[in-house]
Design a protein around this ligand. Structure first.
Ligand SMILES: C[S@@+](CC[C@H](N)C(=O)[O-])C[C@H]1O[C@@H](n2cnc3c(N)ncnc32)[C@H](O)[C@@H]1O
Length: 206
């Protein structure tokens, strides 16, 4: 396991459950979009699940889905366990920078990750793609992206503030992310615009 610190957003707490302000604002629309994209009875592995609110919101709309939470942060995993629906497996300790983090896992119908790739070194994205190659044909990402000259000003400002905190972080260019997935054999759907200048993107391998 890597001993580098990981970044976490500000959170409120009620018992073991953590609440993230941004997840609270967006979880409904995130869950509605995910509910459209996931196949019936899908088994989903979420990477960097944070508080666990996105999975819980999806579970309210799609009781058929089995959601596997994960995060390298122990307090986040405790919160995910508190938000989990009955029958969901215990959250996993997955740090995407760790080589072959997927080695002991079974294939899943989809991998989902929200608001993670910009607030971790690029190795986390590379690890996500490598694991996806081993585990699934479908990857869904949600969060901010840069679109070259058409980037939202708020995302450009966010990018600068992230890089000030850690030069290895930063809002990723959509074209770069698409290229990285493409090199692993995944085709990208057109990014779907969401509130607050976020996007949903789906990658698929046939
Ligand atoms: C900004 S939070 C987003 C949490 C949640 N997905 C959401 O959208 O509310 C970023 C999350 O990525 C996780 N993370 C950071 N570095 C990671 C890594 N190397 N591997 C896996 N998860 C990581 C953090 O622990 C944290 O939970």
């Amino acid at each position: 396991m890597s001993d580098e610190p990981i970044a976490l957003e500000d959170r409120a707490q009620d018992g073991a459950k953590l609440f993230s302000p941004s997840a609270g604002r967006n979880k409904r629309v995130v869950a509605e979009t995910l509910a459209e994209l996931l196949t019936r009875n899908a088994g989903v592995l979420e990477l960097g699940s944070g508080t666990g609110e996105h999975g819980a919101a999806l579970g309210e709309l799609r009781a058929d889905v089995v959601w596997q939470y994960s995060d390298p942060d122990a307090a986040s995993r405790a919160s995910q366990a508190a938000w989990a629906r009955e029958g969901w497996p215990a959250p996993l300790d997955i740090d995407l920078r760790v080589a072959e983090w997927w080695a002991e896992l079974s294939p899943v119908d989809a991998i989902f990750s929200a608001n993670m790739i910009h607030i971790a070194p690029i190795e986390a994205l590379m690890g996500l793609v490598k694991g996806a190659e081993a585990l699934t044909d479908t990857v869904i990402l949600y969060g901010p992206f840069l679109f070259g000259d058409h980037s939202a000003p708020s995302n450009l400002e966010f990018d600068v503030s992230l890089r000030r905190r850690d030069p290895r972080w930063g809002v990723r260019q959509w074209e770069d992310v698409k290229h990285i997935f493409g090199s692993a054999g995944f085709n990208a759907d057109q990014p779907r615009p969401m509130p607050s200048n976020n996007h949903f993107v789906r990658f698929h391998r046939s």
